[in-house]
Design a protein around this ligand. Sequence first.
Ligand SMILES: *Cc1c(COP(=O)(O)O)cnc(C)c1O
Length: 284
Amino acid sequence: MTVYFSDGQFTKREELTISIDDRGYYFGDGVYEVIKVYGGELYTAKEHIDRLFQSAAKIKMTIPYADVQIMEIARELVKANNILTGHIYLQITRGSAPRLHQFPDPSVQPVVTAYAVNNPRPLEGMENGVPVKSVEDVRWLRCDIKSLNLLGNVLAKQEAYEAGCVEALLHREGVVTEGSASNMFGIKNGTVYTHPATNLILNGITRQVVLGLCKDLCIPVVEQSFTLDEACEMDEFILTSTTSEVTPVISIDGRPIGSGVPGIITKKLQEAFALQIPSFIAGE
Ligand SMILES: *Cc1c(COP(=O)(O)O)cnc(C)c1O
């Protein structure tokens, strides 16, 4: 039996009720998080929950729970659903009210929904690398908010998918920003380059973990944007996200990166990433 959290309680999927008037449904008016579970333990949950509160504040929405309560909901879902390797999905919308663009009356409570799923680590892509397709980044200018409004991301991902790629490499007039649901890093002559954490990207928790690992491993990092042409000339290329961890990118638009196989620094970062997961179970 799958246990969900909705409307202040834990319920079975069959008993979930979502209102037609939910502003998430009408406007994508809400925020979300995905938190990874390894060995039955939440990973970097505090960082994700902090960002959830930051995203909510940026859209002027007050979450009707304290951060410790959100943590407790996440823990309970892991337990109730027996999750060993998987993730928690958490979303909060601005509540349910007749469809008007302006915010509803303050008495309307935001709606918190969450579930947990078993989801194996994407070991195949992590081992062999994945192809990406460049797609123009036509999203809005507040990509720093993990918002439910994902049409730009969805269209980009679909375009990549139709080209046989697993992710879109987004660029604004030739300047690489991030992926549709991941952050992008290029490695050239031993230095790691990635777009700075501005309003044009979502500052991934995995991105921040990887930047910390670079520091630990004495790998120089430059948080500076680079162009699509420069991306194609990198020695190695990586995408990161909660569910993708550190995944090598082996080609952009069919053009191989380096020798077209995952590189040395990429492998070092993957090893270091696995080692810092407290509840890591090899092969899971
Ligand atoms: C969630 C997300 C990421 C990755 O963030 P993580 O915290 O590492 O999962 C990157 N880009 C976008 C657009 C995202 O929505």
